[in-house]
Design a protein around this ligand. Structure first.
Ligand code: ADP
Length: 425
């Protein structure tokens, strides 16, 4: 083949290719992207039509993704087999093919022409490849003026095909990512609905069990008191789980509100230590606190929510620390914030897990092998409570040595709003 285009024509083509490569790399919507590739393929090869066929692994065929309108409208589900078709040959051999006289070439797959009421006279086709993978075929059809496809046409279509393949793959990857995201959102919604419904539906029967068991314990003979205690303890555990579930659910539904009141963080820390003293003693863990002697560390926050958050941190510290270990609470003021620390000499958290432990339902140990109870909600609840106050929560930990959790809370609403403003800007 000899080049029919003059030098000017060639430089025009190159310019157009450059221009197009910029458009291709910035278009991530597959349908318009394919359409513009087809339009440019036609223009650069001086063809009456062009088309893109992408390999469909499900059917094992090449499916027409787009055609130039002159070939008819709507590609529907038009496909060509890999055998007995020019596109199939190009795809399987990953080589270009030129058909200068289609009427006499038996390799041309006629069914497509029939379906589209179109007549293929000549054809230039190339594989669309990304690295070692062939994803489809691009074809320019019917050289205008009944001319022949040239070496230049081949080269220019080759360049376009290389860029088009990358652009197509990017658009497909994005579309797959969007689909995966939509699916994740759907599953997340299902999970949230399940939590909301389950916690709501479990609450009433659980209340009844607990109420009646407590009543029965009073009236039945004392030799059954131990069994009643087991029922009551089990129900209390279930109640705590249901409460955690509904806390998460309310937070997600935006039903949780921060009701600020002025209270002493120093006192909350002391009260919390008192509350857990028995549990700590049972496990032979030393539980203590360090708060300023004269400063009540007054803070304007939702006491109940901070109480829940702090309780969850202390419960975890006791859970993940062995006998003879230590757990300590510390509170101090720093500028417009009160910081509360919960430190333990427990098992610590592996470095790779630290970022995930605040996620809902996340637990370091697999739920199949874990020795500790819990649903992986405690820390996500603590995080939600702290963040509702525009505060921050984080952990520093060393596996085998222990952990330090810190909650940092703005002392009042004004401070909280200024934190929110800094985050927004
Ligand atoms: P759970 O109530 O199931 O323990 P959490 O959300 O409270 O769930 O904690 C998530 C996971 O983080 C725990 O299962 C545990 O693996 C890890 N973790 C939390 N606190 C500590 C701690 N103080 N020491 C070691 N690991 C911890």
């Amino acid at each position: 083949m000899t080049g029919q285009t003059g030098p000017l024509r060639r430089s025009e083509r190159l310019e157009r290719l450059l221009e197009i490569s910029r458009t291709l790399s910035s278009t991530l919507d597959l349908a318009p992207l394919l359409q513009s590739i087809v339009d440019v393929a036609m223009e650069l090869t001086d063809s009456e039509a062009a088309s893109i066929l992408l390999y469909d692994p499900a059917s094992g065929e090449l499916r027409f993704e787009t055609l130039h309108p002159s070939q008819g409208t709507g590609v529907g589900t038009l496909s060509v087999p890999l055998e007995d078709s020019v596109a199939g040959w190009i795809f399987t051999h990953t080589k270009p093919m030129v058909v200068q006289d289609a009427a006499r070439d038996p390799r041309v797959y006629r069914k497509v022409d029939h379906a589209l009421h179109f007549q293929t006279r000549s054809l230039l086709g190339l594989p669309l490849r990304i690295k070692a993978e062939t994803i489809g075929v691009i074809e320019a059809v019917n050289k205008r003026g009944d001319g022949h496809y040239t070496e230049d046409d081949l080269r220019v279509l080759e360049t376009l095909a290389a860029q088009a393949a990358i652009a197509i793959e990017n658009a497909r990857l994005l579309s797959r990512l969007q689909q995966a995201n939509a699916e994740l959102m759907r599953l997340d919604r299902m999970k949230s609905d399940f939590i909301a419904i389950a916690s709501h539906e479990l609450r009433t029967p659980l209340g009844l069990i607990l109420g009646h068991a407590t009543f029965l314990k009073e009236v039945i003979p004392p030799d059954h008191a131990e069994q009643m205690d087991v029922i009551i303890k089990g129900s209390m555990r279930l109640k705590a789980i249901v409460e955690d579930m509904s806390t998460i659910s309310h937070k997600e539904e935006g039903q949780s509100r921060v009701r600020r009141e002025l209270f002493s963080m120093t006192k909350l820390v002391i009260d919390t230590v008192t509350r857990f003293q028995e549990a700590a003693a049972e496990k032979k863990i030393e539980l203590g606190y360090d708060v300023p002697e004269t400063d009540p560390l007054m803070i304007e926050a939702d006491r109940d929510k901070i109480d829940v958050a702090l309780g969850n941190l202390v419960r975890n510290a006791l859970t993940f620390t062995d006998a003879q270990g230590q757990v300590g609470l510390k509170a101090e003021q720093e500028g417009g914030f009160v910081k509360v620390f919960v430190v333990d000499t427990g098992i610590g958290i592996p470095a790779g897990e630290v970022d995930r432990i605040f996620d809902r339902f996340y637990q370091v140990e697999s739920h199949l092998t874990r020795r500790h109870g819990g649903m992986g909600l405690g820390l996500s609840i603590a995080k939600a409570m702290v963040e509702m106050h525009n505060g921050q929560i984080w952990v520093e930990s060393k596996e085998g040595t222990g952990s330090l959790f810190c909650m940092m809370l703005p002392v009042n609403e004004r401070q909280a709003s200024s934190v929110a403003r800094v985050f927004r800007s």
